[in-house]
Design a protein around this ligand. Structure first.
Ligand code: ZN
Length: 172
């Protein structure tokens, strides 16, 4: 019983010892198990006090910008495929039907250019243009996905109609 009482005061023992009643503090000298718990918590808190986040390298922003640009410039079907899989089979299952519809719509709008089924005689500059258009569309798709997530979150707060609809479409 005294152990339970001591354990309930354990955070105060570290953060605000003045609030801990004397009889609770006394338990520290009487019970090795609780003393051990207190020592562990106390040393953890001391480590946190001493810990300093490392300064980022002065070139971090520059290098990150370069990496982002390279990733965009190398935008390949692989990137699109990963995006598609993330949208269709992402952690949030409620978004699957919506995401699939959005992706299908995007495919129609883009005229299938994602899969290289545009013209057969395209030249190098046209390819470059296609890549940047793809990147633009992917960015648009990403922001659309965020909007859809926000809408889904909003729907969760507005009642059961949405969950019924979602349950119906998930059982397909
Ligand atoms: Zn104890």
């Amino acid at each position: 019983m005294r152990c339970e009482r001591f354990q309930s005061f354990l955070p105060d023992m570290v953060l605000d010892p003045a609030r801990v009643p004397a009889d609770v503090r006394q338990h520290l000298g009487e019970c090795p198990r609780c003393e051990n718990d207190w020592n562990e918590l106390h040393s953890t808190m001391q480590l946190l006090d001493e810990w300093r986040a490392p300064e980022p390298s002065p070139y971090f922003d520059t290098r990150l910008a370069v990496l982002l640009r390279e990733a965009k410039e190398s935008a390949a079907p692989g990137w699109l495929e990963r995006m598609r899989l993330r949208l269709l089979f992402g952690s949030d299952l409620r978004l699957r039907p919506v995401a699939a519809a959005a992706f299908a719509l995007l495919l129609v709008v883009s005229g299938g250019s994602y899969f290289g089924v545009v013209s057969l005689n395209h030249t190098y500059p046209q390819q470059q243009q296609a890549v940047s258009a793809t990147v633009n569309d992917l960015e648009l798709l990403d922001s659309n996905a965020k909007t859809l997530q926000e809408l889904a979150a909003f729907d969760d707060t507005t009642g059961d109609a949405n969950s019924m609809a979602t349950a119906g479409s998930l059982s397909n």
